[in-house]
Design a protein around this ligand. Structure first.
Ligand code: SAH
Length: 386
């Protein structure tokens, strides 16, 4: 229904990032629907997947690796599927167009500034990766230059030239990664331009996003997902809420308006720091954040006999743990809202909830068109007899 599905990518074979490249968008949606149904049908009806009207250029985060052809020509794009060979990707159908243009212009500036791409085999050269993130709501743009060495020659002129070409850039970070590693970002960071982070807006809250913090990559679909998750929680203003695996606090901070108290639990220290700042910036005083392993927190909270009315859980692809689920059952919340980016681990975890909890609603979302991934939001309530 009015969905565009005619565009194809000439680089898809070398890139390998989009496994549904030659599949129409309608068909992608039905494949994802069938996948979720196959895994979860034993738990209840799976609602029709929420797709995108325009499934292109949805990614607000773009990453490029830099390299050089045999003749010396600088290229930037991605590692060839299954290897560490850089392939040139001039444009991408799912990435934000402005971010792609910034990366291509950085590539062109390298020649005049005599910046060499880093060679992973020899350790020679300077620029390894560029990461760009754009706040779709605010238009703020962060550019992270990942170098193999802390010194960027003529850095002021480089910053001037880049921001002249792209006045939409609000901050530029120099990140140093001098290790032989497949991690993109190194430890050391220096702000070259602007305030060092961007701010984006989602459902009435403003979120600070720094180079390393987790932020959902598809803001349009994230809005639909969060709205659904919060509505499934059925908040009335009186609830004590747990937001487990909270990242920078997004879900809990948006839900706080309709709750009495929120506790956010997250393992990543940088994310917790951002979450605390986000709460302050939004004037939210009823949420506290705890930096801990979600399972350990849950076991302790259950041991203390704490009570939560609602538990949100949004674990990474590996899913949660049996101990976490047992802890939730002991705390006996009236509602659990599970947000999952991997239906396989979701199916496994739902089994642990049964028979004490039953699944009430299952709603898939297409957060990652053209890839095989699927997001699912599902609500659980105590089984009457349980
Ligand atoms: N709810 C957030 C983040 C979801 S991503 C959002 O929507 O933006 C999953 C988060 O779980 C990441 O921030 C990751 O750092 C965190 N995480 C991973 N393992 C964890 C663990 N064992 N305990 C607590 N948090 C964990």
């Amino acid at each position: 229904m009015g969905r565009e599905s005619g565009q194809t990518c000439p680089y898809s074979k070398a890139c390998g990032g989009c496994s549904y490249q030659n599949v129409s968008y309608e068909e992608q949606l039905s494949k994802k629907q069938a996948w979720v149904e196959k895994l979860l049908k034993g738990y209840g009806k799976v609602e029709p997947i929420v797709g995108m009207a325009y499934p292109y250029h949805y990614r607000n985060k773009v990453h490029a690796v830099f390299g050089q052809k045999k003749g010396g020509e600088i290229i930037c794009g991605t590692y060839e599927a299954g290897s560490h060979r850089v392939v040139d990707i001039p444009e991408c159908l799912i990435e934000d167009k402005i971010s792609t243009a910034i990366i291509r212009d950085i590539k062109d500036l390298m020649r005049s500034f005599k910046i060499k791409p880093y060679n992973e085999d020899t350790g020679y050269g300077l620029l390894r990766h560029v990461l760009v993130r754009r706040g779709f709501a605010t238009g703020e743009v962060i550019v992270v230059l990942v170098l193999g060495d802390p010194i960027l020659p003529s850095k002021n002129n480089f910053v001037k030239a880049l921001t002249k070409l792209h006045p939409e850039i609000t901050t530029i970070i120099l990140n140093v990664n001098d290790k032989s590693t497949s991690m993109v970002l190194g430890e050391q960071e220096k702000v070259l331009y602007g305030k060092g982070f961007i701010v984006d807006e989602l459902l009435g809250c403003r979120f600070r996003i720094s180079a390393k913090s987790f932020y959902q990559v598809n803001p349009l679909q994230t809005k639909h997902l969060y709205r659904k998750a919060i509505s499934l929680a059925g908040l009335t203003g009186k609830e004590r809420v747990l937001d487990a695996y909270c990242g920078t606090g997004t879900i809990g901070l948006i839900a706080a308006a309709d709750a009495k108290e929120v506790i956010g639990v997250e393992l990543n220290r940088d994310a917790v720091r951002d979450a605390i700042t986000n709460a302050k910036q939004n004037g939210i005083t009823k949420e506290q954040f705890i930096c801990a392993d979600a399972t350990e927190y849950m076991i302790e909270a259950a041991g203390r006999g704490e009570h939560f009315d609602v538990v949100f859980m949004d674990p990474p692809r590996a899913g949660s743990t049996k101990e976490f689920v047992n802890g939730v059952k002991q705390l006996a919340p009236e509602r659990v809202v599970y947000i999952s980016c991997n239906p396989e681990t979701l199916a496994r975890d739902l089994k642990w909830f049964a028979p004490t909890y039953r699944v009430e609603e299952i709603q898939p979302f297409d957060m990652f068109p053209f890839t095989e991934h699927c997001e699912t939001c599902c609500s659980l309530v105590p089984t009457e007899s349980g």
